[in-house]
Design a protein around this ligand. Structure first.
Ligand code: AMP
Ligand code: ZN
Length: 114
């Protein structure tokens, strides 16, 4: 997608703090962190949201979760815990229309969520 910010990040056309990348996905630091550790995990393929998933994309989504697990371990928060959040659509305040998994941790979070 030509004008998509996260497509540009995955193609390294604009700068970001990428911590991991492979042929399927990219993991980078959120520019405006809402937790001490706040990473975004995106598919390199432009998928707008869970709602826009196509047949076959399940495999990609599974890899996002595996990357989250690995990133949590490498960030030292796998035992203390973390949240994985996907905002979908306007009510959830999805601002960037390229599917992304928020990985947040490193401190006690508010409960209940919402
Ligand atoms: P969402 O509301 O779920 O769409 O979240 C979008 C997230 O992207 C927010 O947490 C932003 O801080 C983050 N974000 C926006 N622009 C950038 C950027 N250039 N690099 C890294 N993170 C960004
Ligand atoms: Zn995109």
């Amino acid at each position: 997608m030509k004008d998509c910010l996260f497509c540009k990040i995955s193609k390294r056309e604009i700068p970001s703090e990428i911590v991991y990348q492979d042929e399927i996905l990219t993991v980078f630091k959120d520019i405006n962190p809402a937790a001490p550790i706040h990473l975004l995990i995106i598919p390199n393929k432009h998928i707008v949201s869970v709602q826009e998933m196509e047949p076959g994309d399940e495999k990609i989504l599974g890899k996002l979760f595996s990357a989250a697990k690995k990133a949590a371990e490498e960030s030292g928060i796998s035992d203390s815990g973390y949240r994985l959040i996907i905002n979908n659509g306007p009510d959830a305040h999805q601002e960037i229309l390229h599917l992304h998994l928020h990985l947040m941790g490193g401190g006690k979070m508010k409960h209940p969520i919402g």
